[in-house]
Design a protein around this ligand. Structure first.
Ligand code: 16G
Ligand code: MG
Length: 552
């Protein structure tokens, strides 16, 4: 621990992590993310910031070093709040500010934050950090630690962890163990025990269900951690891990994002066995998608929407069976397939809310419900239980006045809640939840997939001079600027059947995204193309105009 005055300690660290000042960094929806080779000074600065955050909230703060599904040469960092949530929005601004501060101004920047936020620097500060498997992550963790130490913070370096595991650790720590033990072993044993208990509750004829799965680990952290999880499951699942990082590059033609965007199986994993259950995780294991190939060789993707409706439907059944009056809802984004929204509303009778893209928005919206299920179509999601829901479920599971069926449904819910990582979407936890539900229902992939049929859809990107000219409202479903764009989209959509389209500026790339769905693939492709062309003309498109996508 250093004994230098704050200014001096910051300067000594800054000289080891010089800011070249050439790049502009921004702490956005998913933290800071860019090329790894320019991130060293940013991680040093984030180290300083999280110590301030920890003192400001008087709790342990987390940092995970990862760039999720981005290519291996990228990296980034996400800060985790005390209950395992994403960094508070006002602090995203401070993170952006400090990340862009020169070596000379750094001491002053920290000093201003301390006085502006009235932070007591005599308080202890505690940081949990972890990293993914990228070659650059280790060095970036050292830069972060230098920042933490410059401001005399304490830290625990968990080494390699998935993003959701680090979120879990932070919550465990700040609940004094109430959420579990803040150790890797604690995580696996909590989940394994809950998994076993949920499965014991369901009396089902297992003939159709199989616990055999192929897992695409995206050559990343998820591959390592799912194997460790399996060791705690006593062979209840038979998991074969592919793209386990022994050869092949992180996220290279594999992983959840590749499978979702390309709508095809990843490289490096056999999928020809008809009906074989397959899953892909992303590079930091906070997303998951399922898929299989049928006996005609047709690929079927069961994405975040299919997972969300499966989970929401099951929880709804348990709430009804336990006679628990709780207000449950499903939170999606505009990217949710229209069929999933219709299925949730009309068949499951679960109210659906639409939030802006980005986990923090869905998470926030889900907190409005007693039981809030949220998922992005890309496979990121979880379930949140309010304090009231937790209390009601627990007491119903022990209430002797209830029938044994009612009590059992409540008990299943209680264990299901233990199996769910409520801090953030967690590929490993989500997979175990899905397996429990399929087991309870005795379902194959085909049974699950039959719930509803996705509407054909297409996503396109358009490059424009300044993507900020596109502004949206109504959870991104309606463009308010540039003038005339929304009217034009409405006019185009009205020519198609069962169609929907929206455009929004990407939060992670310098482009505008177009989404379209319609009754046939040809129609969805053509609709996306027409809307993209409109965006190109009305929002100052650059480069070649959009090309008509070729339908598969
Ligand atoms: C980030 C978000 C993800 C969102 C995606 C949208 C988090 C942790 N991640 O990866 O939820 O779907 O951005 O990207 O919030 P886009 O703005 O480029 O479409
Ligand atoms: Mg991720």
């Amino acid at each position: 621990m250093n004994n230098l005055p704050v200014h001096q300690a910051i300067a000594v660290g800054a000289s080891k992590h010089p800011h070249k000042g050439k790049n502009v960094f921004s702490y956005g929806t998913a933290g800071i993310r860019c090329r790894a080779d320019i991130l060293d000074p940013v991680l040093y600065r984030l180290g300083l910031l999280v110590v301030l955050r920890s003192r400001a909230v008087r709790a342990t703060i987390g940092v995970v070093i990862t760039a999720s599904h981005n290519p291996e040469q990228d990296n980034g960092a996400k800060v985790v709040e005390p209950m395992g949530e994403m960094l508070l929005q006002t602090w995203e601004g401070y993170a952006t500010q400090i990340a862009n501060t020169s070596d000379e101004d750094l001491g002053q920047c920290v000093q201003s934050l301390i006085s502006e936020l009235n932070i007591d620097m005599a308080l202890p500060a505690n940081i949990f950090l972890a990293r993914d498997t990228r070659p650059s992550s280790f060095g970036l963790a050292q830069a972060l630690i230098d920042g933490i130490q410059a401001l005399k913070g304490d830290y625990i370096d968990y080494g390699l962890l998935s993003t959701p595991q680090l979120h879990y650790m932070v919550r465990c720590q700040n609940t004094q163990g109430g959420y579990g033990n803040p150790t890797e072993h604690g995580y696996y044993s909590k989940l394994a025990s809950a998994f076993t208990k949920v499965r014991e509750q369901s009396e089902t004829d297992e003939s159709e269900y199989t616990g055999e799965l192929s897992v695409d680990g995206a050559n990343g952290i998820g591959a390592l951690k799912i194997q460790q999880m399996c060791q705690h499951l006593n062979n209840q699942l038979k998991i074969s891990v592919y793209n386990d990082g022994t050869h092949g590059q992180l996220n290279d033609r594999c992983g959840a994002d590749f499978v979702k965007v390309q709508q095809k199986p990843p490289h490096g994993m056999p999928t020809e066995e008809a009906g074989r259950k397959c899953v892909s995780l992303d590079g930091d294991a906070d997303r998951i998608v399922y898929y299989f190939v049928d006996s005609d060789g047709v690929f079927h993707l069961l994405d975040g929407d299919k997972i969300a409706t499966l989970i929401a439907g099951y929880i709804q059944e348990l709430l009804t069976a336990a006679n628990l009056q709780l207000n449950m809802g499903l939170v999606q984004t505009a990217y949710a397939n229209g069929s999933s929204t219709q299925y949730a509303t009309d068949v499951l009778k679960v109210p659906v809310a639409c939030a802006c893209t980005g986990v923090k928005h869905l998470h926030h919206r889900a907190q409005d419900f007693d039981v809030g299920v949220y998922f992005e179509a890309n496979g990121h999601g979880t379930v949140l239980f309010s304090a009231l829901a937790t209390e009601k479920i627990n007491s119903a599971s022990q209430d002797e006045r209830l029938s044994s069926d009612q009590r059992q449904a409540a008990t299943t819910l209680k264990y299901l809640q233990d199996l769910i990582n409520e801090t953030v979407g967690d590929a490993i936890s989500d997979m175990l939840v899905v397996e429990c539900i399929l087991h309870a229902k005795g379902w194959t992939m085909t049974d699950w997939n039959a719930a509803y049929t996705d509407l054909p859809n297409r996503q396109l990107k358009v490059k424009v001079k300044d993507r900020r000219v596109i502004q949206t409202t109504n959870a991104e479903r309606c463009a308010t600027t540039p003038a005339g764009l929304q009217e034009a989209i409405d006019g185009i959509v009205s020519k198609y059947n069962n169609a929907r389209s929206f455009v929004r500026p990407s939060g992670t790339e310098d482009i505008v995204r177009i989404y379209a769905e319609a009754d046939t693939q040809v129609a969805a492709d053509s609709l996306a193309y027409e809307v993209a062309t409109k965006v190109y003309h009305l929002a100052d498109g650059v480069g070649d105009p959009p090309a008509q996508p070729s339908s598969s």
